[in-house]
Design a protein around this ligand. Structure first.
Ligand code: WQD
Length: 337
């Protein structure tokens, strides 16, 4: 199948592109490189031994986007491109709506212009808001607690209504929990710009000596050790979930949502301890105030993806940390080095 991957140079995008190539698909990547590097695609080509047609394009450039669709005529689209920093979205809500929602509308116009109606959408567990009904299943009530989460929720709802208006669409809304880790080669991985918002890349930078200590955002939650609990999932398991969803779309029409999580919760202190053990480095930390907007616990009920897609996460915390650490050691400055 010829698959167009938006945001294919990003962290999850690049790992998914690699798996698509390894499964024999033809891949075209569309990326504006606002939060990614063309180097990640070059490394995917090195690992796979295959070339990837890559187009520097912003989804807000509607005319060029529709021209590109006419040129490429993909069979399916996997849509990763989007802004994803919660805190930034609170400061710049309109930029998030324009980029994420309007960008997706342009993408759908491009798809319809060539009658391409298979779409895998990069959604997020953030659409469950601060639900405390754990484990989270796909029928858990959705809500948004920040503009980023609201863009994901709006796009899911837009896609649901598109599917009602035209039953020829096959759409998968994939709700990620906490993606971490890297390809075992250490050639591609998470390359956050500036100070990492997320826990794992921050811990990795402390372990390698780039940052002084981890600020643990609160140790007074009603959890096993008082720190926040999340469902960390290896990025290669996440990528495999996209291929399983793509396969499902090639035989089923309609709009569906699936959680991509392990179903297990891990605390902040457990992550820090695992990193110290795997890296052999002391990971210093201090407990500070809770981060506004954080929930105590968030983890998936992953059963639906197993039932419908025959997919489940295979890699545990140890491998997530080992693979993340190898990437960090080999690329102390990400793709810049
Ligand atoms: C994990 C835990 C923090 C950093 C976010 C987005 C979500 C999704 C994944 C896009 C929490 C604690 C963190 C630090 C800490 N992104 N923490 N010190 O907040 O669960 O999810 O990323 O879809 O939408 O919200 O991930 O890695 O930021 O936090 O103590 O320096 O680590 O309090 O308990 P989160 P995270």
């Amino acid at each position: 199948m010829h698959v167009l991957v938006t945001g294919g140079a990003g962290y999850i995008g690049s790992h998914t592109v690699l798996l698509l190539l390894e499964e024999g698909h033809t891949v075209s990547v569309l990326d504006n490189f606002s939060n990614s590097s063309p180097e990640s695609i070059r490394r995917v080509e090195k690992i796979s031994g295959q070339s990837v047609a890559t187009y520097k394009l912003d989804l807000l450039d509607r005319e060029r986007l529709i021209d590109l669709f006419g040129q490429l005529r993909p069979d399916a689209v996997i849509h990763f491109a989007g802004l994803k920093a919660v805190g930034e979205s609170v400061a710049e809500p309109l930029r998030y709506y324009r980029n994420n929602v309007a960008g997706t509308l342009n993408l759908l116009d491009g798809m319809m212009s060539t009658n391409c109606k298979k779409l895998v959408f990069s959604s997020s567990a953030t659409v469950y808001g601060d639900s405390n009904k754990l484990p989270l299943s796909e029928t858990t009530e959705r809500s948004a607690t920040n503009p980023y989460g609201r863009t994901k929720l709006h796009i899911e709802e837009m896609l649901e209504e598109l599917g009602i208006s035209d039953p020829d669409w096959s759409i998968a809304n994939l709700r990620y929990f906490n993606p971490v880790g890297a390809h075992e080669s250490g050639l591609i991985g998470e390359d956050p710009q500036g100070i990492p918002n997320n826990l794992m890349p921050y811990v990795a930078q402390v372990a390698i000596g780039k940052r002084e200590q981890v600020n643990v955002f609160g140790a007074d939650y009603a959890t096993s050790d008082g720190t926040g609990v999340r469902d960390y999932i290896h990025v290669l398991d996440l990528a495999a979930g996209h291929l399983a969803a793509l396969e499902y779309l090639s035989i089923q029409r309609g709009v569906n949502a699936w959680n991509l999580g392990t179903g297990h919760g891990t605390s902040v202190l457990e992550v820090i301890e695992a990193f110290s053990r795997v890296s052999g480095q002391e990971v210093a930390y201090q407990v500070v105030e809770r981060r506004p907007g954080d929930v105590a616990e968030c983890y998936a009920n992953p059963e639906k993806a197993m039932l419908d897609l025959g997919w489940k996460a295979e890699r545990g915390l140890e491998q997530m940390v080992e693979d993340m650490w190898r990437w960090q050691v080999k690329n102390p400055d990400g793709f810049l080095n």
